[in-house]
Design a protein around this ligand. Sequence first.
Ligand SMILES: [Zn+2]
Length: 310
Amino acid sequence: MNRRSRISATLCLGFAMLIGLAWAAVLGRTRTVSVGDDVDMLQTRGLLGPIGANVVVVTNAEASLVVDAQLGPLGRRIQKMLNRLGGGPTRYLVNTHWHPDHTGGNESIQVEDEIVAHASVRTRRSGPQEGFSLTKPGSHHDFSPLPGPALPSRFIDQRTILTVGDIAVEVRHFPAAHTDGDLAVYVPSAGVVIVGDLVWPGSFPFIDTPTGGTAAGLAGALDDLVAWVAPGTSVVPGHGDVMSYEEFLDYRQFVHDATEAVGRLRDRGESLGAAQGVGLPQEFERWSSRLVPAEEWIRMVYGSTPDGTN
Ligand SMILES: [Zn+2]
């Protein structure tokens, strides 16, 4: 190989590596994690950390149920992985709430029966929807609507049971929590509950107050979850790794404590700016994250109705 060929071969290899690194950073790799009998989680990570939301599949030979559909650009990959898992056809796709990292892939998932969600998910994904940017905390982004067939067609505003082969799957709505349209999915036979963004492992929770989330509603939802599921149930959050039941109980206590700590500042008559200046006691420092630092958590609680209604 002459010098010129060596240089172009090196450039080509370098370019291919750059493309590979960019692809890995943007779309990452998706792995399958077993979380219980007949329940798998599809989790995507890139070079810089998790990408999008967890997808959970309840599957057996006769049928499957999928919880959440990832970001739009990852939907086709998720459908390919569902094919590889080899269970029965997807009867139901459940959206835990409207956010695009949970609904963006709806149009790529082949659903036999229905896309199931709270009615507000259909409303919010039927037209342009402004929401928080996931990459730039505090900024906003306009999300484009989903095409008609990718919109939910069956609505849950209390609770219901869906049948997946011989598996009974309970679905329940929690009002005014992370958003105004949160659902959680409980598979008692597997000892698994899938809670979407009602739980943010290792971080202050994210409350989408402009679309009806409230801190008090979220704390109430965590109490209702504890009353609903059996002790020992594994908890699958919308982002991050599966939590044990004990970790979930600790998280619930933390959310109550963190909500009350901000409530005390509000009850004292502090303005939002003054409360952010005072900050929270030292014990809460470890819960600050890139997306929800302490000052953002204080803003979210101040932006919520104190009684968890909207
Ligand atoms: Zn969310």
